[in-house]
Design a protein around this ligand. Structure first.
Ligand SMILES: [Zn+2]
Ligand SMILES: [Zn+2]
Length: 478
């Protein structure tokens, strides 16, 4: 049973807000509001931010005995509105405070990558308050994506900004906001995103582009745009940001344009993976390839992004989904994502595009390439049917790679497209991806194969290095 209780000299929740909370907590839990107080004429008008905070904290509870306490420290005698309030949550004796840290440096734990390829070290870091157009987030769950691994290894010509806090897939709650932030408030549930949407540039104003001029992915930058400084430090020494998100920290500072506000009822330990890889593959199919119901779709590469592309084809109602991968052990798990047939190029002595054309009476209707290997990209294009076939490139190629194909393929009415982050605009569109999960259209759970505590974060790297599983959720325990 969940209780909302008063404390001495505090204020009880006003009936309307009380009902809001009850409505928000139901129907997943039984909610009962402790109403035993004689001085019930006094009421508390919650600000939107306070209400969101309380809602967020209540929603984070996952035990049936959780107790939330609303405490008002210095109620103004002349007004029912409270300006100096705090929200506490008590669970098994542990207290947590959300709002009194605004404007102050927060000390918390972060996993610092001191140098390339060396295990991350959990350190106590200082996180400065958010500046203009920035928000500070409390990260509750994060997950490891291949891009983190790639920049941690930093052995293929990647920028080597160290020491750095990696991480870009996460579920978080807004702790405080900086100057000029109007569309987010403390307590909002959000997903930080590695690329942004300023809503003002030509790309953001375009209906088709998500390649924001100001906040487009930048793997080299280790500082905030506003003042070119880091918000992280250890004993005054800066620790650099990664992808503008740095979610391997219990608190982080992010540009407001890289934050998607989502349904507060969505479980953050599940939807955190929608920050990057899953949305990338899903959007490549649903927004760009757009297979029709009953069509045939080939997916090249059955890693997290490829499986998400297959999931998109399943949602779109494709009747045949052909998985192409050189690792045979990936085939069986892919069935859960709607993959109906498998092709391993190593099993054939002819080009895989010819194998696919034979299997499908001339070519597939749509193909989605998720490996980044240029030969796979060429195969993915050359395996689509003439007249209507569309191939979509998602995987990131080597910068020296060159795509070669006979131009007659285009004249025969095949289409080649590329996409970035599934063509989703982070702030405008990602909330709707979360809704797809909430209405059970998108099945996120099957991507979640491992879970570790924050102190075990290096295990998540081990799983990925060994090719084990799809996504490992890291609980931040803050
Ligand atoms: Zn990623
Ligand atoms: Zn923009």
């Amino acid at each position: 049973m969940l209780q909302i209780k008063r404390i001495p000299h505090g204020h009880k929740l006003h009936g309307k807000n009380k009902n809001f909370v009850a409505a928000a907590v139901a129907p997943s839990r039984t909610c009962s509001v402790d109403d035993h107080d004689e001085e019930s004429s006094e009421t508390l008008a919650l600000t939107k931010g306070q209400y969101n905070q309380l809602l967020a904290l209540l929603h984070c509870k996952d035990t049936s005995s959780a107790m939330a306490t609303m405490s008002v420290t210095q109620p103004s005698p002349s007004s029912q509105h409270v300006t100096n309030s705090k929200v506490f949550v008590s669970q098994e004796g542990k207290k947590e405070e959300m709002s009194s840290t605004a404007g102050q440096v927060i000390r918390c734990k972060a996993a610092v990558a001191w140098e390339a390829g060396k295990p991350l070290v959990i350190e106590e870091v200082e996180v400065a308050p958010p500046q203009k157009k920035e928000v500070r987030l409390k990260i509750l769950y994060t997950s490891l994506c291949h891009t983190d691994l790639c920049f941690w290894e930093a052995n293929k010509g990647q920028n080597t900004v160290f020491p750095r806090i990696l991480g870009h897939e996460a579920g978080a709650i807004v702790e405080s906001i900086g100057e000029g932030v109007t569309d987010l408030a403390p307590g909002d549930h959000v997903l930080p995103v590695f690329t942004g949407e300023c809503k003002e540039c030509a790309h953001c104003k375009s209906e088709v582009s998500n390649m924001c001029s100001l906040l487009r992915i930048n793997t080299d930058r280790g500082v905030m745009i506003h003042d070119e400084k880091s918000r992280f430090s250890i004993k005054g020494k800066p620790i650099y940001h990664f992808l503008g998100t740095s979610t391997f920290s219990q608190y982080t500072v992010v540009h407001v344009g890289c934050v998607a506000k989502i349904n507060p009822l969505a479980p953050l330990d599940k939807v955190c993976v929608l920050s990057c890889g899953i949305s990338t593959g899903l959007g490549a199919t649903l927004n760009v390839a757009k297979p029709e119901k009953g069509s045939t779709v080939a997916v090249f590469g059955l890693g997290a992004v490829g499986l998400a592309a297959a999931e998109g084809a399943r949602i779109a109602g494709a009747s045949r989904i052909i998985g192409v991968d050189r690792t045979a052990s990936r085939f069986l798990p892919a069935k859960k994502f709607g993959v109906t047939e498998f092709v391993n190029p190593k099993d054939y002595d002819k080009p895989v595009q010819d194998v696919l054309a034979e299997m499908t009476n001339g070519g597939v209707d749509r193909s989605i390439e998720c490996t980044g290997n240029v030969d796979a990209m060429i195969s993915a294009f050359e395996c689509v049917h003439d007249g209507w076939g569309v191939a979509v490139l998602v995987g990131v190629p080597n910068k020296d790679a060159v795509f070669k194909t006979p131009p007659i393929n285009f004249l025969n009415e095949r289409t080649l497209k590329g996409t970035f982050f599934g063509n989703y605009k982070p702030r405008s569109d990602i909330p709707s991806v979360v809704e797809k999960y909430m209405n059970k259209e998108l099945e996120v759970e099957k991507f979640l194969t491992h879970e570790v505590s924050f102190s075990e974060i290096n295990k998540a790297f081990d799983y990925m290095l060994k090719g084990e599983g799809i996504r490992c959720i890291i609980r931040m325990e803050g």
